[in-house]
Design a protein around this ligand. Structure first.
Ligand SMILES: [Zn+2]
Length: 147
């Protein structure tokens, strides 16, 4: 049996909301998804939020070229070693961008703060996302992960 997670993370990887903002967001989600397990996580350093077995390809956001996974893994190792304090990268196709701006398919992200919904059977609408953004004080995005 495989697991399916929905992560909600800030667009800004370094952003951490206040405890009150988190509590309000969790109670909103509990109204929408009363049956499922929801967890908020904050870490000292930025984490890679990966889509699990859904991560297949990564593209340069500037020229849409397919990026070599071995190159990406090397960059990830180096950035991880320094806690992702900077995300600046130069792609093999010569474009300066950031790790969190690369186009991941399926979408992936980087975050210090995340909310995880475990095996959600509920629908998180665009309107919910808008309300969550307002509560957390930051634009958010969703990452679907399959393990
Ligand atoms: Zn490029």
């Amino acid at each position: 049996m495989s697991d399916y997670y929905l992560y909600i993370i800030p667009e800004d990887p370094y952003y951490v909301p206040s405890e009150e903002q988190v509590a309000q967001t969790i109670s909103l989600l509990r109204e929408t998804c009363p049956e499922i397990e929801i967890e908020a996580t904050t870490t000292q350093e930025v984490r890679f939020i990966d889509p699990g077995s859904n991560l297949h390809t990564i593209y340069c956001p500037e020229c849409r070229r397919l990026l070599d996974i071995a190159w990406w893994q090397e960059v990830m190792r180096a950035k991880y070693a320094t806690g992702f304090v900077d995300m600046e990268v130069e792609t093999p196709c010569g474009h300066r961008t950031r790790l969190d701006r690369l186009e991941y398919a399926w979408p992936a992200g980087f975050a210090r703060f995340s909310i995880t919904l475990f095996n959600p059977d509920c629908e998180i609408s665009g309107q919910d996302i808008h309300r969550i953004s307002k509560l957390l004080g930051v634009d958010v995005k969703t990452i679907y992960a399959h393990y």
